[in-house]
Design a protein around this ligand. Structure first.
Ligand code: AMP
Ligand code: MN
Ligand code: MN
Ligand code: MN
Length: 295
């Protein structure tokens, strides 16, 4: 399969920290010309059956997806899973455990914000939550924008919720080995999400890529809405150096919030192996449209 496919294999719905339903995302992906789509909610596969059904109703091919929060070298790394069985019991239990501490963490975030004079942030964030098990920093960010504390979400993450700033609560997520194993043993492929977003030294980044490979990880996002275009060739070279397949995805969270819309990305560089080539047998093909009747 060619690298020229309009595949969008990274986005979020109301089931995690996106603002649209799986059905609305499927319609938007289809309208934007996406040919292969995956919904990758954070630590949660609750939207997978709806996303696939909505995609197939539109004639759009689908890969199951998830974005797992991992703690690696005391930092948070995201691992995308693609093409797995969403009902796999080990994966479902692992994700449940990964989501587990989010409620308490959210209370602690709110307590810290209260100490700097921002009161009622927990209740405020909850108003944006679609899934009570998945309260995230994004929901706090929306509240801080809507209540006028910050003018946009990037200002929120510069001033609050991040290391060294009020509302930062360190959290232990899944281990890299567990996340890769859950995905693989459920029949899927593990992919390093937006590698340029981590503030690793070259040595730490090398450790991430080599340990990820040793655990059986097979892909890395190269063209992603979470990277600047100047970072695409850097991770294209990393994909080749580590023998990883390349993925492509917008990381779309919602209109007005994400600058990269579904499917609105350059093609993968031609010399790379696209993840959809290795996942050919895992693609859930849309049923063929009924042939027009002849009279
Ligand atoms: P959490 O899983 O609760 O730690 O929240 C992480 C989410 O916050 C990410 O998936 C993004 O949606 C959002 N986020 C983190 N950093 C930024 C940033 N600098 N700008 C915008 N959104 C961010
Ligand atoms: Mn997110
Ligand atoms: Mn991410
Ligand atoms: Mn994401």
């Amino acid at each position: 399969m060619s690298t020229l496919l309009n595949a969008d294999l990274h986005c979020h719905s109301l089931v995690s920290d996106g603002t649209l339903s799986p059905e609305e995302l499927a319609a938007r992906a289809h309208a934007n010309g996406v040919q292969l789509w995956a919904l990758t909610d954070h630590d949660e596969v609750g939207g997978q059956h709806r996303a696939r059904a909505a995609a197939h109703a539109l004639g759009l091919d689908y890969l199951t997806g998830v974005e797992i929060s991992v703690t690696f070298l005391n930092a948070t790394v995201h691992i995308v899973g693609l093409g797995f069985d969403p009902d796999d019991p080990q994966l479902v239990r692992g994700l449940e455990a990964t989501r587990g501490g989010r409620g308490e963490r959210a209370q602690q975030i709110a307590r810290q914000l209260a100490q700097v004079g921002i009161h009622g942030a927990y209740e405020g964030a909850l108003r944006y939550v679609g899934n009570p098990e998945l309260i995230s920093r994004t929901h706090f960010a929306r509240h801080l924008v809507e209540s006028g504390v910050c003018s946009d979400t990037s200002e929120v993450f510069r001033r609050f919720l991040t290391e060294g700033n009020p509302g930062y609560v360190p959290h232990r997520w899944a281990s890299l080995g567990d996340a890769v194993r859950w995905i693989r043993e459920a029949g899927g492929m593990a992919v390093i999400a937006h590698p340029a977003r981590y503030r690793f030294s070259p040595t730490e980044e090398y450790a991430l890529f080599s340990e990820f490979r040793q655990h059986g990880g097979q892909g890395v996002e190269v063209v992603t809405g979470s990277h600047a275009p100047s970072e695409y060739p850097v991770y294209a070279a990393m994909a080749q150096e580590f023998g990883l397949a390349a993925s492509r995805g917008s990381d779309f969270h919602g209109p007005g919030e994400s600058h990269t819309d579904l499917g609105a990305l350059p093609d993968l560089p031609g010399q790379l192996t696209p993840v959809w080539e290795l996942l050919e047998h895992r693609i859930l093909r849309a049923p063929a449209a009924p042939a027009p009747s002849v009279h």
